[in-house]
Unconditional design. Structure first.
Length: 119
């Protein structure tokens, strides 16, 4: 490119840029309002992400603790006791049905009032 061609190109670019005009500047108040709103959105997102992360951490920790081998008490089967060889107790029959014990009659029922000692 020689000097004449460069001048022609420069002139063409200047005409294009002059024809477009400058974009209108936004009002400062609008820019501040937009920045404040953007900051609020950012804080809300951070809060939501933080709360979600905390809940996820708690859930995973609880699951991991529950899955540990020593976290739950060991279930040990209780051995059955051998049948007793001795006499059956009067409260229990051999069939497993409880038998009521007889009630002894009171000697004072139907009799006169107890005797008083002279005195």
């Amino acid at each position: 490119m020689n000097g004449e061609e460069g001048d022609v190109v420069r002139t063409a670019f200047e005409q294009i840029l002059d024809a477009a005009g400058e974009p209108a500047a936004r009002d400062v108040a609008d820019a501040v309002d937009a920045a404040v709103a953007g900051g609020r959105r950012t804080r809300r997102r951070r809060l939501a992400l933080s709360a979600t992360g905390t809940m996820l951490f708690v859930a995973l920790t609880a699951t991991a603790v529950a899955a540990l081998p020593g976290a739950q008490p060991q279930h040990r089967p209780v051995p059955l006791s051998p049948p007793s060889v001795g006499p059956a107790s009067p409260d229990h029959s051999p069939s497993g049905v409880s038998v009521p014990t007889p009630v002894s009659a009171s000697p004072h029922i139907g009799s006169a009032s107890p005797t008083r000692s002279p005195g």
